[in-house]
Design a protein around this ligand. Structure first.
Ligand SMILES: Cc1ncc(COP(=O)(O)O)c(C=O)c1O
Length: 376
């Protein structure tokens, strides 16, 4: 099956009534047929049939062996980091979602992990950052919010040479446009709250691995920590995935038109969209993805323009998050990256003139009119 069909049908689910939609198994516990026997489901923290359908679907879409569904993207990342022991060193992309930087700095470091933040798009810098205790590379591509691109295949070759795991946050493109495991990554993580669920109504996280021993270790952490996704939210993500292809194609077409509009706007000084041929990561994107996604960051002339535009928007909502059917505008310096120290934000290019737009599925002419009016 091709990806559009896989999104709709997921992993065929054996259900005796013939229900087309996977039922929501709202049960914490499951009866045992006899001592020592199990239906395959014992207790919902370990396994739940609705969640399993989602986990099998995401594993199939990402070309992995097993998938794991968590209560949020951050819970997925926190569980993956539990694979590493105190004393381990991790190399991470300089530009990352601010909540991940906060997690690394305030939780993981306390637990004995150390981090080097490097531009993982620069393979030389990446190689130079490897130490004897480096255990993993954590890469977002494109990154949030600066849209930096990393060559996953090249990074995976470096990682394999040094026996290091490559973890890719695939939130911005989803498996519809990018499948990191097929390019050599070991683990893929997602904020399922974004494109996968797709409707700005569900918080979820996912992880997929392509190796049995990593899956076993992740399964152990998963059932022990217990930050798994509820049956109802699993169902919502499954339902969202059915329209992933339609949404992502439409959102990308809208984003391309908006990026072209913004590129010529007098108040826009810089634009970061990986689908523009002027973007430094464009050629790597063309090689490793089947689409460019619909996240655009742009810098306007002054902080006043940025701030005033937020209250002038009528269709696009001024709100955190991304990836849903509704277009959202975010002010990264205060919102997604509010906890990152000022000096670090400046180094990353996150300033008070930067806006981040998640393009939705609305009529693109309405979106362009809204932006034009907001940026007056
Ligand atoms: C790239 C990326 N990864 C992970 C997360 C965390 O996901 P969640 O908000 O579902 O915990 C986010 C949140 O915005 C994100 O943008």
């Amino acid at each position: 099956m091709k990806i559009d069909s896989l999104c709709v049908h997921g992993t065929e689910f054996a259900e005796h009534t013939g229900a087309v939609s996977v039922p929501i198994y709202q049960s914490v516990t499951f009866k045992h047929p006899a001592l020592g026997l199990s239906t395959g489901f014992d207790y919902s923290r370990m396994q739940n049939p609705t969640r399993l359908a989602l986990e099998q679907t995401i594993a199939t879409l990402e070309c992995g062996i097993e998938g794991f569904a968590y209560s949020s993207g951050m819970a997925a990342i926190a569980n993956v980091l539990e694979l590493f022991s105190p004393g381990s060193h991790i190399i991470a992309s300089t530009d990352l979602y601010g909540g991940i930087i906060r997690y690394f700095r305030s939780i993981s470091e306390k637990n004995g992990l150390s981090f080097s933040f490097v531009n993982t798009g620069d393979l030389m810098a990446l190689s130079n950052a490897i130490k004897s205790n480096t255990v993993a590379l954590f890469v977002e591509t494109p990154t949030n919010p600066m849209m930096d691109v990393t060559d996953i295949e090249a990074a995976s070759k470096i990682a394999k040479r040094h026996n290091i795991l490559l973890i890719v946050d695939n939130t911005f493109l989803s498996p519809y446009f990018q499948r990191p495991l097929t390019l050599g990554a070991d683990i893929v993580v997602h904020s399922g709250s974004k494109y996968l669920a797709g409707h700005n109504d569900t918080l979820a996280g996912l992880a997929v691995a392509g190796d049995t021993s990593i899956c076993e270790r992740l399964r152990f952490v998963y059932k022990t920590v217990g930050s798994c996704l509820s049956p109802f939210d699993s169902w919502l993500v499954l339902r969202g995935i059915k329209t992933l292809g339609l949404r992502m194609s439409r959102q990308q077409a809208n984003a391309m038109a908006i990026a072209e509009f913004l590129s010529t706007h007098k108040r826009v000084k810089k634009i970061y969209y990986a689908g523009l041929s002027s973007h430094p990561g464009y050629n790597v994107m063309k090689k490793q993805t089947s689409g460019f996604g619909s996240m655009i960051s742009f810098e306007v002339d002054t902080a006043d323009t940025a701030i005033n535009s937020l209250s002038r928007l009528r269709i696009i909502a001024f709100a955190e998050s991304l990836g849903g059917v509704e277009s959202l505008m975010t002010y990264p310096t205060i919102q997604t990256h509010g906890d990152v120290p000022e000096t670090e934000k400046n180094l990353r290019g996150i300033n008070d003139r930067l806006l981040r737009l998640s393009v939705g599925i609305e009529d693109v002419t309405d979106l362009i009119d809204d932006l034009n009016n907001a940026l007056q």
